[in-house]
Structures are given as structure tokens and as C-alpha cells.
Ligand binder design. Sequence first.
Ligand code: MLT
Length: 266
Amino acid sequence: MADVVRAGNRISYEATGAGPPVLFVHGYPLNSTLWDPQVAALRGSHRCLVPDLLGFGRSDAPADVDLYSVEAYAADLLAVMDDAGVEKATVCSLSMGGYITFALLRSAPERVDALILADTRAEADSDEGRANRAAQQDLLRSEGTGPVIDALVNGPLLADATRKTKPDVVARLRRVMANPAPGFLGALEAMMKRPDSARTLGRIEVPTLFIVGDEDAITPVEVVRDMHETVPGSKLVVIPGVGHISNLEAPEAFNDAVTGFLSAKN
Ligand code: MLT
């Protein structure tokens, strides 16, 4: 692992492999190990940059929630790219990682070569969504991360079939969620205050692949299909029998979609 310091906080990342760069951006409340199956498949042919976002994995986890925003996460990603000597990368992101990728597209579109947007959406939170996140912050402050992790694993993150028949995936997801409470609190704050990205989506001009699990309860297929129809020339892959964490629930199908897209693009 390597480290870069931005705005006084240490951001940890792995840089591995050689070839065209791919920057991986994880979701909430996950860390860089989310991408292990994809890095294993790509490191033979691509340079993989895999950061822990602020508050997650080995990165610093400051307690001040005001330090967290999609713009700050995007600035951290640019610092990682600079530190690794990567000028331009394909950005592969999942869910909150996609919200951050939209911020990156606003601040430094010239650093983005192509996009893989999995299980994400362009809209900002609704008022109800913000209230739910504030309630989750209250629960985290009073009881820590345990109940939130249980609610996510037993609730919207995985397809029923994954939960019932793939205990290894459930156990792996729990390990990927073993992050400090300030990271959870900060990410919720960042997601609550993120702007709407519909205009950013409408301006995408780089090759783009959308991926979604057909049982994704957080970013349903229709939401992702609408984004695909907004971006001219984009591709859409719907993975059957899979929920929101599509890259862990069906790593082979996800990797096939990614490698097919990357080889057609290059
Ligand atoms: C994620 O997977 O990053 C989150 O579920 C996104 C969200 O809560 O909006």
C-alpha cells in the first residue's frame, strides 16, 4: 500500500499491475478490498489504482463530518492519481463511488479516459432519503457500526439468493464493511449534501459502461437504464440474480463486462 497526504489527511491506496490505468472507487460503507476480484482479473493487463476513501480502510478517519463531501473525495482521488504518476484513467466505481465520480467529472474531466458506473444514480437524495441518512447517523452515534452493518447486510445490499446461498459472499461483504464509525458518519454526510448530477451525466463524452444487478434495491435497473439512455454510445450490462453489490455477488459476470468493455475501448 502507498499513502498520500491531502488536506492534512492520509489517503491509502494500492497501485498494482502495468498497462492502461484503472482507478477503482468503492461505495458506502466499504473499502478498497471491495475490488479484490476485479484487481485480480485486471492486474495482468492494467495498472490498478485502488484507494481507501477518507474514513475507510487504512485511510485516516477524521471525526469532523464537515470534512467529508463528494468534492473532497474527488480531490483525494486526484491526489492519488498524481502521487502514482497517472495522468488519465478509466474510472470504475460502485454506488457512492459513482456519486464521487460525477464530482470528479466536474472538477477534472480531462483526467477521465472512460467510465464504468455500477449500481449508481445521478440524482441527489430526496428529503426522505436525507432524513433516513440522518437517522442512520443517530444510530451510529449511539450504538456504533454493528447495527448499521447488520441492517445493510440483511436488507437492501444483497439479492435474496446471495444471502441464502452464498455465505462466503456475505462474510466477505462484512469484512469489507469493517471500517471506523467516523468514515460511516462522514460518508452519510457527503451523500446527504451531494448535488444532483443530471447535468454532469448529460455531458459525458467518454466511453461509458453501466452495470447493474437486476435485483438491486438501492439503484433499480430502471434508474440505471435511464442513465444509459442519456449517454450516447454507452453500454448497459444487467447481471441476473444479483443485488446492489454486483461486483462481489457475481464477480465473473462483472469481470466479463469490464474486460469486454476495456478491450473494445483500447
Ligand atoms: C453505496 O452502496 O455506496 C450506498 O448504498 C449508496 C447510497 O446509500 O446511496
